[in-house]
Design a protein around this ligand. Structure first.
Ligand code: C5P
Length: 403
């Protein structure tokens, strides 16, 4: 079921008595880590209320293709793109007929036409309706279009008949949904990433910080989520949107960042991409510091060392696989290898920040990966997004087959 973690499932419900089981299905999908948005046909409202499904899914329920307010919130095309899987359960004989004919006369059928995601049906109907040649012809058409069909099961039916046409049980449908997805490289892993700068307060209005944009860490969080991991991203003050399927915790100072990272343990992997301020003012003034107007005398700021977040997690009782960054201007590989050993890391990602156009605050980067064998593996200049996917693939490989 880990394959459903972070997956976005549109659950379509059409108007059959089995719709009462769709509430349980929402729970099973959510328990497996999926984000679920429900789309109901008009007839489905006769069997189950949108309120129940909204409460269980935690998302508004979609129903009307022509409702301007709903379209403004999340239009049918947006919903079609959002879906990693469109599952229709129950799928009635009428719904199957409309799909087989390529109709787009309500939100659910339109969505099926508009989506590139896999579509699956869990049929539910009276056994005679299921056996009817028209339904069987529609079934063949849908199978030819690579629509997946889960069930139906045979047995006693709501109408008292016995035969094929019962909707599969919610647990079985959820298991079949999971099979629609490949296992990601980091499926079932918890990945903790920190990113961005920290700010160390001097007084209520001033602070010490640096120019880190957080772009590399955010790209890594996105790539790890794409690879199926549960991702916790501890972010310093940055101006970046949260990548999809990533839990973000915003912090300000190095001390807050360390506390948030420790609280997020246990994790399988920790990637320390944050540019943590090495020093902070020895004390933060309670009021705004005033300049000395009587003289031109300078001012001395007493600084103390901040904790090293990476080194702390690398010696933690719940130590994750630890990855650090080394931004250097000279003897990049020498200093990076030294950092790998000194901080007790599994991997260090070295980059030469003296080169223009890469590294700090830019969209591109070029890095060298160095693991404990100390054999450097260069990754040439590319966008931070592309590099992030390469780095995540490299790390996942190591985690999945330790030397
Ligand atoms: O020692 P240096 O700052 O060059 O090490 C860089 C690596 O250590 C980065 O991965 C950075 O996130 C981490 N670091 C840390 N806490 C600090 C300083 C650096 O986690 N106080």
């Amino acid at each position: 079921m880990q394959r459903l973690l972070n997956k976005q499932v549109v659950l379509g419900i059409s108007g059959g008595i089995a719709a009462y089981k769709s509430a349980e299905l929402v729970r099973r999908l959510k328990d497996a880590g999926a984000d679920v948005r429900v789309v109901m046909t008009r007839a489905a409202h006769e069997f189950i209320t949108p309120l129940t499904l909204q409460a269980l899914s935690g998302n508004p329920v979609h129903g009307d293709l022509l409702d301007p307010a709903a379209e403004a919130a999340m239009g049918h095309i947006e919903l079609a793109r959002w879906a990693d899987l469109v599952l229709i359960a129950p799928a009635t004989a009428d719904l199957m007929a409309r799909l087989a004919n390529g109709r787009g006369d309500d939100l659910l059928t339109t969505l099926v036409l508009a989506t590139d995601a896999p579509v699956a049906l869990a049929p539910a109907m009276n056994q005679a309706m299921w056996r009817d040649s028209a339904t069987q012809a529609n079934l063949q058409t849908l199978l030819q279009r690579e629509i997946r069909v889960f069930g139906p099961a045979a047995g006693e039916q709501a109408c008292g008949d016995i035969g094929p046409g019962r909707m599969l049980e919610p647990t079985d449908i959820a298991a079949r949904c999971a099979e629609c997805f490949e296992r990601g490289l980091l499926s079932g892993r918890h990945v903790l990433i920190n990113a961005g700068p920290t700010r160390e307060a001097i007084d209520p209005v001033r602070y010490i910080s640096n120019h880190s944009s957080g772009k590399m860490g955010f790209a890594l969080a996105e790539a790890a989520a794409e690879a199926g991991a549960r991702v916790t991203l501890v972010a310093g003050p940055v101006n970046l949107p949260t990548p999809a399927r990533v839990d973000r915790i915003d912090v300000v100072s190095a001390a807050d960042m360390l506390a948030a990272c420790e609280a997020a343990l246990p994790a399988d992997l920790f990637i320390a991409s944050a540019a943590v301020a090495d020093y902070r003012p020895a004390s933060c003034a309670s009021g705004k510091l005033k300049k000395d107007t009587a003289s031109d005398a300078g001012m001395t700021l007493q600084l103390v060392r901040n904790p090293d977040i990476l080194a702390t997690l690398a010696t933690h009782a719940q130590r994750p696989w630890c990855v650090g960054f080394a931004a250097e201007t000279d003897d990049v590989l020498g200093y990076a290898s030294d950092k790998l050993t000194r901080k007790n890391l599994d991997l260090i990602i070295a980059n030469d920040v003296s080169q223009p156009g890469i590294g700090f605050n830019s969209d591109d980067n070029a890095v060298t990966l160095i693991d404990r064998s100390l054999t450097p593996q260069p990754l040439p200049r590319a966008s931070k997004h592309k590099l992030a996917r390469q780095i995540i693939a490299f790390i996942a490989n190591r985690l999945n087959s330790p030397a």
